[in-house]
Design a protein around this ligand. Structure first.
Ligand code: AMP
Ligand code: MG
Length: 342
């Protein structure tokens, strides 16, 4: 693996590698992605292999301009009303943390879409990602740069420690801004459906196009692992609590307590005996959901490497980005449960 800077020469080197079918991890505003040429089935196969990602889990294809949609999407199959909404969302939120699932052109390899007739596409809001995509093939499939099911990487070091030599290049662009994956909207049918909450909140989407449906009726759509119960998980047992229940916890040595804000942590601390000193963390001292999202995976990475017996986490308010944060925490908890059962 070669660690690259985000300087132009290094981005050019990674772009050449992508054109040659190699993989490069790169920063986006949401999390670090593991990129490969979306039109090269060998590169796509390598992505699945490196991540140990099941083939039924389709990839998001990253583009660097709105024109980049044309080679991927069959616009003739999009419902007229949905098309108007798509245009409005693109105008309002691209580039940004919003992915569209749209009818695909036949040229898009089945491996990128897991054989589905639709492709997921996103225009990331990050200068390094955009430059890399533009200089390579214009369409880069990139799931998060972590082993399947594990915590998403929000820093280059997370990629290096998790994937190491299984990836050809890592571009270091520093810590990401958003910290949770993109919101996924299915716009391939007559209704707009949110398949995964993420970096763009539902309220802002609905202010733009009106109500969207949530997720999917059971059996309605193919398995969509963003919807799997366990994902985005640390190895350490993680438990999730409402504010009230969190406040009743007693401090145990070797266990970490993660609060939403300083108000919660200080109140809880005031109820603990002085010794032993608890391991306390806050996602956002001043209660900002965007700061909490940006800190989430990084904090969980650090705690997961601290040989703790357990991580106790307070749920965040369920508004705005809180929906995506609680979704990731819920999945982290379910996965931790499955590790315990092993
Ligand atoms: P990521 O692991 O961040 O690359 O997320 C990719 C997720 O996007 C998948 O796990 C699915 O939940 C969703 N997705 C991608 N492509 C499709 C598609 N064609 N249909 C439905 N969901 C999709
Ligand atoms: Mg992922």
């Amino acid at each position: 693996m070669k660690l690259l800077s985000s300087g132009i020469k290094d981005i050019e080197e990674a772009a050449e590698a992508l054109k040659a079918g190699k993989l490069a991890a790169f920063p986006t505003e949401t999390v670090y992605g593991l990129g490969g040429d979306a039109f090269n089935p060998l590169a796509l196969a390598k992505i699945f292999e490196v991540k140990q990602r099941p083939r039924f889990d389709p990839l998001i294809i990253h583009i660097a301009s709105i024109e980049g949609l044309a080679p991927l999407v069959d616009f003739s199959q999009i419902d007229n009303t949905v098309r108007e909404k798509l245009d409005a969302l693109i105008d309002a939120f691209w580039p940004g943390p919003l992915t569209f699932v749209l009818p695909k052109k036949p040229e898009v390899p089945d491996l990128a879409t897991s054989g589905l007739p639709t492709a997921a596409v996103r225009f990331p809001d990050h200068p390094v990602a955009q430059e890399l995509i533009r200089l390579s093939t214009g369409a880069i499939a990139a799931p998060s740069a972590n082993p399947f099911g594990y915590l998403s990487p929000t820093r280059a070091e997370h990629v290096a420690s998790q994937l190491g030599d299984r990836v050809d290049y890592i571009i270091d662009g520093g810590p990401v801004r958003v910290g949770v994956e993109s919101t996924v909207l299915d716009m391939s049918g007559v209704d707009v459906r949110m398949l995964r909450p993420g970096g763009l909140d539902r309220e802002r989407i609905e202010a733009c196009i009106g109500p969207v449906l949530l997720r999917t009726a059971a059996g309605h759509l193919p398995q969509s692992p963003g919807l799997l119960k366990s994902h985005y998980a640390p190895r350490t047992p993680l438990e999730l609590y409402d504010h009230e229940d969190m406040m009743t916890l007693k401090n145990h040595p070797g266990e970490a307590y993660v609060f939403f804000d300083r108000q919660s942590s200080e109140y809880w601390l005031s109820k603990q005996p002085e010794h032993p000193a608890p391991l306390i963390y806050t996602l956002s001292p001043d209660g900002s959901l965007s700061a909490a999202a940006a800190n989430l995976f990084s904090l969980l990475h650090t705690l997961d490497q601290s040989s703790l017996k357990a991580i106790h986490v307070e749920r965040v308010p369920e508004t705005g980005l809180g929906l995506a944060i609680n979704d990731r925490l819920y999945k982290a908890r379910a996965q931790a449960k499955s590790f315990e059962a092993e």
